[in-house]
Design a protein around this ligand. Structure first.
Ligand code: MTE
Length: 322
């Protein structure tokens, strides 16, 4: 049986949480996700409380390269805070294809079929092809990196990701010099993801980076977390990690990577451009139209910390924007 852990002190009292049934009924008045916006439900915390079995509930049935964990840790990335308790990270997720309730994503995302999984590489690239996920992850060395992760909703965590540096992936597929952007596309499986109805689209979720952002040393394609394959709620079997940007840029469950000359449309930026910019770099000095970005709350302890410009990664990325 799943053990229920006592919620952190900062969690909202049960009475102030909108019950899921009432909240869902309101969807009749809200026609698209575009009107919901991130943060609308940011205050709704774990729901039933963080579940110590959440990572197991979301575990992939047949994870790729399972024999390669734990990967060698890259010592260049040092944290200024404790690693987030995995129970909290695995129980508090944004994955809108499954639920707007962070605390129920791990249960609903368990329905996603992640095997077999293919990644299509297309567009302005010398070697377009479709990889089986296991084949791709065996072609490049896996490593572990400890990164801070800052959501635009002003919560944060610090987690050990396992994956391949995007730089190594770019070398493998060789983008053409005419490629100026990289577009990443998430899965499309309405039979498995209850919110992937036309009403809440446009699906699939997409994201994009400039080529220089993609080629930055920090950018990662992650296939694991906490020393094991990604549970489905974290975006199994492959997701993006760009730690100097707000979390919505770190697209989950990627099926396609395309190289383009024009700036692609992206999920949140095209839905609510005045709230979610294309660049979306963590910036404490620029408030979100509906809340301040000066501080952030750590999801396990509830500690409040000052938000760092570029989430503390200016040393690596500030030069990209000067
Ligand atoms: N990717 C997809 N496909 N769908 C989503 O809803 N949410 C984004 C991002 N990637 C999202 C996504 C947001 S808003 C955040 S904050 C992070 O995933 C959350 O990652 P985590 O649940 O692993 O902490």
């Amino acid at each position: 049986m799943a053990a229920i852990i006592v919620p952190p002190k900062w969690q909202m009292p049960e009475r102030s949480i909108t019950p899921e049934s009432i909240f869902c009924a309101r969807r009749n008045f809200i026609k698209t996700f575009g009107l919901w916006g991130l943060g609308l439900v940011a205050g709704l915390p774990f729901g039933c409380g963080p579940n110590e079995n959440a990572a197991k509930i979301g575990a992939q049935e047949n994870p790729p390269v399972a024999d390669l964990y734990p990967a060698r840790r890259n010592p260049n990335f040092i944290l200024d805070r404790p690693i987030t308790n995995e129970v909290y990270a695995a129980s508090y997720n944004n994955f809108y294809e499954f639920s707007v309730f962070k605390g129920s994503v791990y249960k609903k995302a368990a329905r996603l079929k992640t095997s077999p999984w293919r990644l299509e590489v297309a567009g302005l690239v010398e070697r377009p092809r479709t990889f089986d996920i296991d084949e791709l992850l065996r072609a490049l060395p896996l490593e572990e990196r400890r990164y801070r992760f800052r959501c635009v909703e002003s919560w944060s965590m610090a987690v050990p990701w396992t994956g391949i540096p995007m730089r190594a992936f770019l070398k493998l597929v060789a983008p053409l010099s005419s490629a100026r952007y990289i577009r990443l596309v998430s899965f499309w499986a309405p039979a498995e993801a209850p919110n992937q109805s036309p009403t809440y689209g446009p699906w699939p979720y997409t994201e994009a980076l400039t080529m220089s952002e993609a080629a930055n040393e920090l950018t990662m394609l992650a296939c694991g977390i906490y020393g094991h394959p990604l549970p489905k709620q974290h975006g199994a079997p492959l997701r993006l990690v760009v730690p100097w940007k707000y979390g919505f840029k770190s697209i989950k469950s990627i099926v396609k990577i395309e190289f383009t000359a024009e700036q692609p449309r992206t999920f949140w930026n095209s839905n609510r451009p005045h709230e979610y910019g294309f660049e979306a770099n963590v910036d404490p000095a620029t408030p979100h139209p509906r809340w301040s970005q000066e501080s952030e709350k750590l999801i396990d302890s509830g500690e409040r910390r000052r938000t760092l410009a570029f989430n503390g990664y200016g040393e690596w990325v500030a030069g990209l924007y000067s």
